[in-house]
Design a protein around this ligand. Structure first.
Ligand code: NI
Ligand code: MN
Length: 226
C-alpha cells in the first residue's frame, strides 16, 4: 500500500482497492496539496471532532459516497448531515473491507465549531490503529504524552506511526520523542506542525533525533510504501 502525507494531520492510505483518508483538513490548511473538489476517498477516518481534523469530510463524503468512521458522538453528529457513518468507540476494533480499525484513547478535546460559532461536543478524542494486509499504522491523533502509549506499543507491532510534534495543542518534539520510544514503530513521521504560528517546529530536527525506529519528516505530497 502507499501512504502519503498532506500537511497537518492528513494522511492518505491507498491499497489496491481502496483509498482511505485520515483527518482530511484541506480548506483553510495552507499546507495542503489536495483539492477538496476532486480528492478521492472510499473511507474517511477521523481521530476527533476539531475542525482542523474533520476539515472537508462532509463535502468529500457527499461527493464520493465515502463512509466516515469516527468515535460515536462525532459519527452520529456527522451522520445527521446526510453521509454514511460507522460509529465506534475507544478500545473497540472492527474489520472493514479494507482492514481493521481500532480506536485508542488520546488526551485532548473533541468538539466541532459550527459556522455560527456554536460548539458541538463530539465525545472523546482518539487515536487510530489501522491494520491492513498485516501492517499496522498508528495515527496517534492529537494528544499530550501519556504512559499508555507504552502499553499500546507493547500490544501492537507497529510499522508506521504518525506522531504530533507541534506543541501548544498537542505534545511537542521532546515529548513526541518519548512517545516514539514507547510506541516502538519501525518508522515515525511527525505531524501537526507548521500549520499555524503557535505550532511551528522543525520536523527534520525531530526526525533525526528519533531513537526507536527511523524518523521520517515526510514532505507534503510525499509517499512511502508499506
Ligand atoms: Ni484537536
Ligand atoms: Mn488538531
Amino acid at each position: 500500500m502507499e501512504i502519503s502525507y498532506h500537511g497537518h494531520s492528513t494522511v492518505r492510505v491507498k491499497t489496491n482497492e481502496h483509498t482511505i483518508l485520515i483527518d482530511p483538513f484541506i480548506t483553510g490548511n495552507k499546507l495542503s496539496d489536495l483539492d477538496p473538489e476532486t480528492v478521492e476517498a472510499d473511507f474517511i477516518l477521523l481521530t476527533h471532532g476539531h475542525n482542523d481534523h474533520v476539515g472537508d469530510t462532509v463535502a468529500i463524503a457527499k461527493r464520493t459516497g465515502a463512509m466516515v468512521v469516527a468515535l460515536n458522538e462525532l459519527a452520529v453528529y456527522l451522520g445527521r448531515q446526510g453521509i454514511e457513518t460507522h460509529p465506534m468507540n475507544i478500545g473497540g476494533a472492527f474489520e472493514f473491507e479494507f482492514g481493521t480499525v481500532k480506536f485508542t484513547h488520546a488526551f485532548h478535546g473533541s468538539s466541532y465549531e459550527e459556522e455560527d460559532g456554536t460548539f458541538v461536543y463530539t465525545g472523546m478524542p482518539g487515536g487510530i490503529l489501522l491494520t491492513i494486509d498485516g501492517k499496522t499504522i498508528y495515527h496517534v491523533g492529537d494528544t499530550g504524552l501519556f504512559s499508555d502509549l507504552k502499553m499500546i506499543g507493547e500490544m501492537n507491532d507497529i510499522d508506521l506511526a504518525f506522531v504530533p510534534i507541534g506543541d501548544n495543542f498537542t505534545m511537542g518534539p521532546e515529548d513526541a520523542l518519548i512517545a516514539a520510544d514507547w510506541i516502538g514503530a519501525e518508522r515515525v513521521v511527525p505531524v501537526h506542525y507548521n500549520t499555524f504560528p503557535v505550532i511551528e517546529q522543525d520536523p527534520d530536527a525531530f526526525a533525526e533525533k528519533v531513537r526507536t525506529g527511523k524518523g521520517i519528516a515526510m514532505k507534503v505530497g510525499e509517499t512511502i510504501e508499506l
